[in-house]
Design a protein around this ligand. Structure first.
Ligand SMILES: *Cc1c(COP(=O)(O)O)cnc(C)c1O
Length: 265
């Protein structure tokens, strides 16, 4: 996970990450985390109350975005009515002027903007959205900034293409698909988070079967899937080192297939 983050220039230790079945599941994981955070900012715990009685929140994707974003919005109860499709420019990149216009329209209508997804390589044309500009707009309006780099983020490794990815490192979450350009021969998606607290707050649940005996550490289900078969890896949380046990410095790490969760060395 750390290797993947370094590979695509997403240097945010202690950050968090999770291997998933693909970029679709990575996207659901990211959107669920953003949803949890947006609700919490408004004084609601979506894990406890669900979406009931809450005013709508809008999310923004470009007209060239992958359909997994729409599916994630549907599955998480956010509703396609509040999924805004931002028009693209002549190079098939998200038109940030249009993004601003849509955000302003939602604010006027009492709908809270909370999430924007940029593409780092669209399926149709390989277009990379203006990530830096979108990051700035997200910061200004306190939106979660997600980047879908399923296959395209690896383009950052090509020297002549790298400048086009400026701003990718500012994402709150980044979806990757090692089963595409990295050629991993089994299902392997990945979601990387800038802040480990986000997914921990959105997903952590420690049933007795997952409790560890190591003082200060814990394992559980920091994702949608508490137990996964030998499809990718089992992930858990733990303190970064025995000396930091009990502090807020958490990271995600992976245990080898079939082994029990344990503290990282
Ligand atoms: C492939 C792809 C996805 C979906 O990934 P799966 O691994 O099929 O779930 C999402 N976004 C982009 C840009 C993709 O190329």
């Amino acid at each position: 996970m750390r290797w993947l983050a370094e590979l695509v220039g997403f240097p945010h230790p202690p950050a968090a990450g999770l291997l998933t079945s693909g970029a679709s599941m990575a996207t659901i994981t990211a959107l669920a985390t953003a949803r949890h955070q947006a609700f919490r900012d408004q004084g609601h715990d979506v894990r406890e109350t669900g979406l009931y009685g809450h005013r709508p929140m809008a999310l923004y994707v470009s007209a060239e975005a992958h359909s997994c974003l729409r599916k994630a919005a549907e599955l998480l109860g956010l509703g396609t009515r509040y999924l805004r499709t931002v028009p693209v420019d002549s190079a098939f990149r998200m038109d940030t002027g249009e993004l601003r216009r849509l955000i302003a329209a939602d604010q006027r209508a009492g709908v809270r903007p909370f999430f924007v997804a940029a593409s780092a390589g669209t399926v149709n044309t390989g277009a990379v959205d203006p990530l830096d500009d979108i990051a700035a707009i997200a910061l200004e309006h306190r939106l979660w900034f997600h980047v879908d780099g399923a296959y395209g983020a690896l383009g950052i490794l090509a020297d002549d293409a790298a400048p086009g990815f400026a701003g990718l490192e500012r994402a709150d979450s980044l979806a990757l698909d090692p089963h595409k350009w990295l050629g991993v021969p089994v299902d392997a998606g990945c979601i990387l988070f800038r802040e480990p607290a986000g997914p921990r707050d959105a997903f952590s649940l420690v049933p007795p079967t997952c409790a560890t005996r190591t003082p200060g550490s814990w394992a559980g289900s920091p994702s949608t899937a508490p137990n996964r078969p030998a499809r990718s890896e089992r992930c858990a949380y733990g303190p970064r080192s025995p000396t930091s046990a009990g502090t807020a410095s958490f990271t995600w790490y992976s245990t080898p297939l079939g082994s029990r969760a344990r503290s990282p060395s």
